[in-house]
Design a protein around this ligand. Structure first.
Ligand code: COA
Length: 332
C-alpha cells in the first residue's frame, strides 16, 4: 500500500515580538490576565513593509526543502491553508509559487481556519496515495495581526492571535506515513468566530469603500466562551476517532501536537487523556494562536528539539472557525 510521508518540515515567524505588556499599552488588559486565561506570553507580528503571507510561507518552505533534501523545482503541487490570504483573490498559493520561482504547477488554497493545515495535509495525502503527485508542499500560514481590533473592545481576540508560517513536504512512501486523517465541520456556528467583511453578500451599495462607515466587520469576532466549550469536546472526539480508526490507544501516541488555540484547552486534553508533559507539544507561550500556521510551526519546533524521532506516532488535532475540526495520525 502506498502511504504519504512528511519528509521535511519548516517554519518562519516574523521578527517583531509583541509582549503582553506592549498590548497593555494599547488596550485595557494585563500580563497576568493573558497568561492565566490563555498561557500566551508573547506573539509575533509582521512588519507590513516587508512581510506577506506568501513570503513567510516561502521562508518556511525553504527550511522544509533543506530538511527533505529537495529543491523548489521538485515540487509538483502546492496546497496552501490560510484564511488571511495576501489578496481577497487570488489565494496565496499562486503567490508562493511565484515566490519560489515555479511555473505552471497547481496551487490550491484551503480556507478552513485553525483546522486548515490538517485539511491541507489530508488533501495532499489523497493526491499522493492515488499517484497523481510526488512532492507536495503543504502550507499553513497566517497574518492575523492586521485584522485585530487593538482597542479595549477587541481585547478578547487581540491578545490571542499571532502571525507565522509552517511548511511540510510530502512524498509517497512504501513505509507507514500518514495513517489516517479525519475532517469535520458544522456551519451552524459560522458566525461565532469570523471576519464578516469584505463579504460578497453585502448589497452592492454597501460595498463601496466610501459607504463603509462601520468597519467592525473587518475585525475578528469570536464568542470565546462558546468556542472554548465546543473546542474541548471536539478535540477529544476527533483524537479518539483517529486512535479508533487505527486500533490504537492513547498509550501509542509519542507526541500529540494540538492546534495552539489556548494553553488551557491543550492542558485540558492532556489531563483528560492522562498524557505526560513530554507527550504534548505546546509553543503558544511564544507565538499565540497562529491559526493554520500553528500545527506546522509547532511540529517544526518539536522536530528541531528532537521531540519527534523516526518511527514515532504523532497525532495532530485542531478546532476552529466554521466550526471545523480535524485530526491526523502518522508514523514519522
Ligand atoms: N484582558 C483583560 N480582561 C479581559 C480580556 C483581556 N484581554 N478579555 C476579556 N476580558 C474580561 C472580560 O471582559 C470579562 O470581564 P467581565 O467579567 O467584567 O465581563 C472577563 O475578562 C472574562 O471574560 P471571558 O470572555 O468570560 O473570559 P474567558 O475565561 O472565557 O477567556 C478567552 C476568554 C477568549 C481567552 C477564552 O474564552 C478562550 O480561549 N476561548 C477559546 C478561544 C479559542 O480557542 N479561539 C480559537 C479557536 S481556534
Amino acid at each position: 500500500m502506498q502511504y504519504s510521508k512528511i519528509v521535511g518540515i519548516g517554519h518562519h515567524v516574523p521578527e517583531r515580538v509583541v509582549t503582553n505588556d506592549e498590548l497593555s499599552t494599547m488596550m485595557d488588559t494585563n500580563n497576568e490576565w493573558i497568561i492565566e486565561r490563555t498561557g500566551i506570553e508573547e506573539r509575533r507580528w509582521i512588519d507590513p513593509a516587508k512581510d506577506t503571507v506568501a513570503n513567510m510561507a516561502a521562508k518556511a518552505s525553504r527550511m522544509a526543502f533543506e530538511r527533505a533534501g529537495v529543491t523548489a523545482e521538485d515540487i509538483d503541487f502546492i496546497v496552501f491553508a490560510t484564511i488571511t490570504s495576501d489578496y481577497y483573490f487570488p489565494g496565496s498559493g499562486v503567490l508562493l509559487q511565484r515566490e519560489l520561482g515555479l511555473e505552471s504547477i497547481p496551487a490550491m488554497d484551503i480556507k478552513n481556519a485553525c483546522s486548515g493545515f490538517i485539511y491541507a495535509l489530508s488533501t495532499a495525502d489523497q493526491f499522493i496515495r492515488t499517484g497523481m503527485y510526488k512532492n507536495v508542499l503543504v502550507i499553513g500560514a497566517e497574518i492575523q495581526s492586521t485584522a485585530l481590533d487593538l482597542t479595549t473592545r477587541g481585547r478578547g481576540t487581540a491578545v490571542i492571535f499571532g502571525d507565522g508560517a509552517g511548511a511540510a513536504v510530502l512524498q509517497p512512501s512504501d513505509e507507514l506515513g500518514i495513517l489516517s486523517t479525519h475532517l469535520h465541520s458544522d456551519g451552524r456556528f459560522a458566525e461565532e468566530l469570523y471576519v464578516k467583511d469584505p463579504g460578497s453578500s453585502r448589497p452592492h451599495e454597501e460595498r463601496q469603500p466610501e459607504q463603509i462607515l462601520d468597519t467592525s466587520g473587518f475585525k475578528v469576532y469570536m464568542n470565546g466562551n462558546l468556542v472554548f466549550k465546543h473546542a474541548v469536546v471536539r478535540f477529544m472526539e476527533v483524537i479518539n476517532e483517529a486512535l479508533t480508526a487505527n486500533n490504537m490507544s492513547k498509550e501509542d501516541i509519542d507526541l500529540l501536537i494540538p492546534h495552539q488555540a489556548n494553553l488551557r484547552i491543550s492542558n485540558y486534553i492532556q489531563q483528560k487523556m492522562q498524557l505526560g508533559d513530554d507527550k504534548v507539544y505546546n509553543n503558544i507561550m511564544r507565538y499565540g494562536n497562529t491559526t493554520a500556521g500553528s500545527i506546522p510551526i509547532a511540529m517544526s519546533e518539536a522536530f528541531d528539539e528532537g521531540k519527534i524521532k523516526p518511527g514515532d506516532t504523532v497525532c495532530m488535532a485542531a478546532f476552529g472557525s466554521g466550526f471545523t475540526w480535524a485530526s491526523a495520525l502518522l508514523k514519522w
